[in-house]
Design a protein. Structure first.
Lengths: 395, 177
């Protein structure tokens, strides 16, 4: 038996309290050297038009269905059949390096076209009939997390995806403000007073416990995040700021396992061309800067970035020069150790649409989730994603 | 009670001694709306910008008339995580614009700019409405549980009912009804 195994086993057997601290420190190094993996999620809110993002530039049906909205100029032709929207230029190097995998036609049966419901489905790993109230990452963290800061969302609100049955991540736009709030002298006094009280009682004890966790999370993040200014320039927009913050956390080697971000504005029912052009550019440039930053910090290898949207849009454009809610859409996976970079699968046939004229899904999004859980986060527990789903081979 | 009259049921309930047993008081975690309303009952406030009401609801996880499904909200502990608790504890000092340490007012334009939750309040209200009570007695209007005497000096300011009320509303205990 290797020395590492011996120490790990005995430390578990003897109980954490009896293990001298130098051995505990060694224990976490062992876990880190095993390949500590983190997951970054980028949510494109509103339903991104996948067909104008990954363009079948040779397909007449595409041009006929979108007489004014189809992209014809400046398409980045990365394969014989498919090209990128010109705004994704900043992602082209990633594609060429084999660090980007595009999974086409991701969806689920009986697709829902309501924003809230479909987003709930993606967050909870449910389907049209389910009523799950916890998120898939929340349920993963119920099993794998030790602290609320094991998931950080750079936003005011915590997404359902990061809420488990017991676990909840930390949502903060500005970790310095969070820290200052947690150090308010009045609240410190309140906490000190609570130490000398019997707080076993149900809810009051839970409230104080949560208060203590909030304070220690804020402290952990603040004290461990290095503030030396990054030399990487991020675009000055919502997503750029979020990713800049996360890169700082990641390069400071916080124990955080999941980082969550969102970019909204994709619900382009009218005059889609300019908004989508702008948003995809924001997305591509922010992600490119983020990847560059992680590479510089030596943390890109251990990071996997998943981008999704709650649904795609209809094949035919509408009369307002936009598109309406659709169904399946592509999902982007960015990382160093991709098994199948480039296009993971073909774009669905535009001749074989569903009965409402929308793209049929060929890959259930829960297969993507399951693959990430099994192959990247090294966990295989049936409680996380209900139902039987295959794992894919993009990682 | 066979005529299903709610008023009769409530009359019965409110007249039972066990309804007021200490183990039944102060055990439920207030929903976000409960919290906002209970503060308002103690010291009324009004946001200048209606959007603040929606923002708070969204931050705390309960937007009125928009439950997650027909079963409503699961409630109780589910209202509380590290984020929502911090907001709840901080909210009274933001709404009433009062510094919890020294009771000074945080106001004016600069105050408003930094603090989207600062509301309009009648600063004399507490003094007028609770003129027959001292600060310690005011504490009994705010919290459903009793504060340990040892900590009185941290929370109760005999010279300021305003500061007392806001401090008490900033306690985890205020989250319970």
């Amino acid at each position: 038996m290797k020395r590492r195994d011996f120490i790990k086993t005995t430390s578990l057997a003897s109980g954490m309290l009896l293990v001298p601290s130098f051995v505990k420190a060694f224990d976490s190094t062992y876990l880190k050297s095993q390949g500590y993996k983190r997951l970054v999620i980028i949510q494109l809110s509103g339903g991104n038009d996948g067909l104008n993002t990954i363009i079948p530039y040779r397909n007449d049906i595409y041009y006929n269905a979108r007489p004014r909205l189809a992209i014809s100029d400046g398409i980045i032709k990365v394969s014989d059949e498919l090209g990128f929207h010109p705004s994704l230029k900043a992602l082209q190097p990633l594609y060429e390096e084999g660090e980007l995998s595009i999974i086409n036609n991701v969806g689920y049966p009986n697709p829902v076209r309501s924003h809230f419901k479909s987003m709930d489905i993606w967050h909870t790993a449910g389907d049209a009939n389910s009523r799950l109230r916890s998120g898939w990452l929340g349920r993963y963290l119920d099993l794998a997390a030790k602290h609320p800061y094991d998931a950080i969302e750079t936003n005011e609100f915590l997404s359902l995806a990061l809420k488990g049955e017991r676990f909840s991540g930390v949502a903060t736009e500005d970790y310095k403000i969070l820290y200052n709030t947690s150090r308010d002298p009045y609240f410190n006094r309140v906490l000190t007073n609570s130490h000398s009280q019997h707080l076993g009682e149900h809810n009051l004890g839970y409230l104080y416990q949560t208060m203590i966790e909030a304070k220690s999370s804020a402290k952990y993040i603040y004290e461990n995040t290095k503030t030396s200014s990054s030399t990487i320039e991020y675009p000055k927009n919502e997503l750029g700021r979020q990713l800049n913050t996360s890169a700082r956390f990641i390069n400071s080697h916080l124990d955080t396992k999941v980082y969550y971000h969102s970019l909204s504005g994709f619900d382009t029912h009218a005059n889609q061309a300019n908004p989508q052009k702008r948003l995809l550019k924001i997305y591509a440039e922010s992600v490119a800067a983020f990847v560059k930053d992680l590479k510089k910090g030596g943390t890109f290898e251990d990071t996997l970035i998943l981008t999704f949207s709650e649904f795609g849009r209809r094949v035919k454009q509408n009369a307002a020069n936009g598109t309406d809610h659709g169904t399946a859409i592509n999902v982007f996976v960015i990382g160093k150790k991709l098994r199948k970079a480039g296009f993971y699968n073909d774009l669905a046939s535009l001749e074989d649409l569903d009965r409402t004229g929308d793209i049929k899904y060929s890959i259930d999004f829960r297969e993507v989730y399951k693959t990430i859980l099994n192959r990247w986060l090294n966990i295989d527990d049936p409680s996380i994603i209900p139902g039987n789903f295959q794992t894919l081979s993009f990682i | 009670h066979q005529d299903y009259e709610i008023s009769k049921l409530l009359w019965y309930l409110f007249n039972q001694d066990w309804f007021y047993n200490s183990e039944n008081i102060g055990v439920k975690i207030k929903s976000p709306i409960d919290l906002l309303v209970s503060a308002h009952r103690i010291w009324p406030y009004k946001f200048e910008d209606d959007k603040a009401y929606f923002k708070i609801q969204k931050l705390l996880g309960q937007t009125l008339l928009d439950p997650p499904n027909v079963a409503g909200w699961s409630g109780d502990k589910d209202w509380i995580d590290t984020n929502t608790l911090m907001i709840r504890l901080k909210l009274p000092s933001l709404i009433y614009g009062i510094n919890l340490q020294n009771g000074s007012s945080v106001g004016g334009f600069r105050g408003r700019k930094k603090n989207p939750f600062m509301a309009e309040v009648d600063s004399e209200y507490l003094i007028e409405n609770y003129k027959d009570f001292n600060s310690t007695e005011v504490s009994e209007f705010v919290l459903s549980s009793h504060i340990n005497r040892r900590f009185f000096s941290d929370y109760i300011d005999p010279m300021s009912k305003r500061l007392t009320a806001v401090r008490l509303m900033s306690l985890p205990e205020f989250q319970l009804s």
